[in-house]
Design a protein around this ligand. Sequence first.
Ligand SMILES: [Zn+2]
Length: 339
Amino acid sequence: MLTELDLIPDGLLDVEATELWRHIDGPTLIHLKGRREPALFVSILMHGNEIVGWQAVRELLRGYAGADLTRSLSLFIGNVAAAAQGLRHLEGQSDYNRIWPGSELPVTPEHRMMQSVVDIMGRRGVFASVDIHNNTGLNPHYACVNVMDNRFLHLATLFSRTVVYFLRPKGVQSMAMARLCPAVTLECGKVGQVHGVVHARDYLQACMHLSGHPQHSVAAPDIDLFHTVAQVKVPQDISFGFDEPEVDLQLALDLDHLNFRELPPGTSLGRVRNGNAIAVEVRDERGRVVRDQFFRLEDDELRIRVPVMPSMLTKDRQVIRQDCLCYLMERYNTQVPSA
Ligand SMILES: [Zn+2]
């Protein structure tokens, strides 16, 4: 299922993400030799519609144009089939960023493929790991880490001063790779924004030039560190929409403007239909139901109970259905680990 190569196939760098399937046979791990070892590991297209990673890598490699890479690079191109359709994942297919070692989902052949990628990189040795994504709401560019470690926080702040620490969902690439090396997930804004591609490319370029990972703590003024405290989902049997009176949950029209804003208690995310119960499912990092800690109903308005900051709020219905409505975060700066 996994193809392993030690060169970029002819013509690959000329094609868009939707055309990769013509050149490579599904998920492909490409090892490129550079002047320094071990390799930087970069994964892209874990979500087939999030093409920023491919665009950034393509520009990075074009920039070297025959010259030696400053460091070896192992590139994992993930969901080529979903990319061909412009989808996060195909119907009936696993979400490629939920099936890495540590996943809580029922085991599929694709779980074993991700395990083999980690095993291969473990054997070869790896300098750092970067997994590149777009997202859908109005979010700033930010990096995520799953381990509180100064080396990881330095790698994250090289991308953005906004850093999110999370432990759920499980089965994500950065959590699996964290056992081997400092690992980050990059969120590079919406698909199609040129500055997302430029930012990701420049970041990769900077990583290719790093000689090591600083161990000292990141200075507090250089980081806005947030911790995910809950994930909010709309249950499958609840209908939802924007400006549609017939649905169970009427979401606020300016929903995606609330991302990365510290919201005061009482802020409404939407209305439930007359007299219905709270129409969201809320779980903390350990999977415990914590809905009533974060939400209350008042006159059918779904209101936040405590000060929190949401991320990933989107008006894309498919994303809300397939992934979640949002994550809730709290600020974490007092707990940046010291050296
Ligand atoms: Zn993604």
